[in-house]
Design a protein around this ligand. Structure first.
Ligand SMILES: [Mg+2]
Length: 266
């Protein structure tokens, strides 16, 4: 995939993701799907597996020289992929618990990453009918064809703050500690249940902050590029440089970043 035309690739991936969305819609509307525990409190449905396979097989056919890291086929240790080029990172269904409880807030995420740096991002919320994309070679992120921007909130008292909880229960304690430090200063604290969809919401300005302690690359490969191109900022919660293999993330509209870092690291 040397000298790739990102626009051409994005057009192909967008079509593919829209088709994948039809598979999820079919299951969502019928309510007929099997579910099982993925270990611990995590959940898996046959829709996750079917869409994972659909995206994996089509992308492999279209781009046979690229590598794939998909949520449902990821090995325990994927650290060898940190420096891979042309790596497709895929979450076939982010927000499986919402999906399984007939809540419409869930997303499909496809990101193309070189050495941990996102090149292309397509995120689709099939029930909410939101299609986001961004490319490394363009200066904007888009929602349903229109450019989007992060919020302009600058006052902590007006902040809509969003966090969420990892499947590894130990990482949840970290979020509790963070919330103790910020909860008295912000307007609202939400947990909406889909890191991909929530990070896309930060890109389009509907929330101001997103904080998480247990993210996976398939949560962030696509959504982090949306935020960057919409004018937002991402670091670790300590203020260090972040990349898609880092599970701890603080994402913001940029304006609020230092204020939240100061609260978290008091
Ligand atoms: Mg998933």
């Amino acid at each position: 995939m040397k000298d790739i035309d990102l626009t051409e690739v994005r057009q192909y991936i967008t079509e593919l993701v829209l088709q994948a969305g039809k598979i999820l819609k079919k299951y969502f509307e019928s309510g007929k799907f099997t579910s099982r525990s993925k270990g611990g409190v995590d959940l898996l449905t046959e829709a996750d597996e079917e869409v994972d396979q659909f995206l994996r097989e089509n992308i492999q056919k279209q781009y046979p020289k690229s590598k794939l890291l998909t949520e449902e086929t990821a090995p325990e240790d994927y650290s060898s992929l940190k420096n891979a080029d042309n790596l497709w990172i895929i979450d076939p269904l982010d927000g499986t618990v919402n999906f399984s409880r007939h809540h419409p807030h869930f997303a499909i995420s496809v990101g193309l990453v070189n050495k941990g740096v996102p090149q292309l991002s397509v995120v689709y919320l099939p029930i909410e009918n939101k299609l986001y994309w961004a490319q490394a070679d363009r200066n904007e992120a888009f929602l349903n064809g229109k450019p989007i921007k992060v919020s302009t909130t600058g006052d902590l008292k007006e902040v809509v703050f969003c966090c969420d909880w990892g499947w590894n229960l130990e990482t949840r304690i970290t979020v509790v500690k963070w919330l103790e430090k910020v909860n008295a200063f912000v307007r609202q604290i939400k947990c909406m249940g889909s890191a991909v969809a929530d990070l896309a919401s930060l890109a389009d300005g509907s929330i101001d902050i997103y904080l998480h302690s247990g993210l996976k690359p398939w949560d962030t490969a696509a959504s982090s590029l949306l935020i960057e191109k919409a004018g937002g900022k991402i670091t670790t919660p300590n203020g260090d440089k972040w990349n898609v293999f880092n599970p701890e993330m603080l994402a913001s509209n940029g304006i609020l970043h230092t204020a939240i870092l100061n609260l978290l690291n008091k």
